[in-house]
Design a protein around this ligand. Structure first.
Ligand SMILES: [Zn+2]
Length: 65
């Protein structure tokens, strides 16, 4: 089933062509897809995307100070 989902995601899902600038927040450096909010870890040493990061739970994305 996971293979079928991966095929449909490749065909009809986001291809992450609109990435944000590089952010470094809370010791983590990453870029975000502006279309689907996928996070990608970014290496400042090699200046390249390293890996997709797990999605942040919704309750930790926004904080009210
Ligand atoms: Zn995307």
């Amino acid at each position: 089933m996971a293979t079928l989902i991966a095929i449909f995601d490749f065909l009809f899902g986001c291809h992450h062509t609109h990435l944000s600038r590089v952010f470094t927040l809370q010791g983590e450096t990453y870029r975000v897809c502006c279309d689907c909010a996928a996070k990608y870890g970014y290496s400042l040493e090699t200046m390249t995307i390293e890996r997709r990061l797990p999605a942040t739970p919704i309750h930790t994305r926004f904080r009210i100070a």
